[in-house]
Design a protein around this ligand. Sequence first.
Ligand code: SF4
Length: 216
Amino acid sequence: MVSIDNDRDYIENTYRTLTALWPDRQPQLSYSTCFELLVAVMLSAQCTDDQVNKVTPALFTTYPNLHSMAEADITELESLVRSTGFYHTKAANIIATSRMLKERFDGKVPENIDELVCLPGVGRKTANLVVSACFGKPGIVVDTHVLRIARRLGIAPTDDPARSERMIAASINPERWTAFSHALNRHGKFICTARKPKCQECVLKANCPSVDILTT
Ligand code: SF4
């Protein structure tokens, strides 16, 4: 594992380079309300954003809000989300979460991470995306792409998402968390890919401790 020991210049350069290259801070999931984003992120576990975006239009037409989702027919819901994988668990969690929002949160999506992670099927990745995209709070969304690239860059040399989140958080100021997290996601998704990272076209290759690590 590579490690960068509190190298502020390295972090600063990485942040500036990546956020200039990938300035988009919006989730790549389609949604029109916080509840829809919450459900979309729950569906994105072990599934691509593109595939989730294919199923959510029909899902949100059939069940347009958390009240209708709380009363959803589980068999129908399962068939609507089947192509995202793990559909039994996902459908059950979506219904349970909708009911909890109705009963314990006055029909609203909570604004803080501690409350969000109490919801069935909602982990820190989902909670961080919701608080940052819906409520404008700092959020570090450690998905598979962020976990991988933060490890390769030495910013968070770990395979544990919760630990990675803490290490990324400690590396930069909170007002930069959301932008950094989205930029890391895009760079990991399109350049620093799992099997064949495109190191020779990567804007970070001059300083990255893992450059060409898979080809040497
Ligand atoms: S140089 Fe290679 S390993 Fe490093 S961030 Fe870029 S693509 Fe990933």
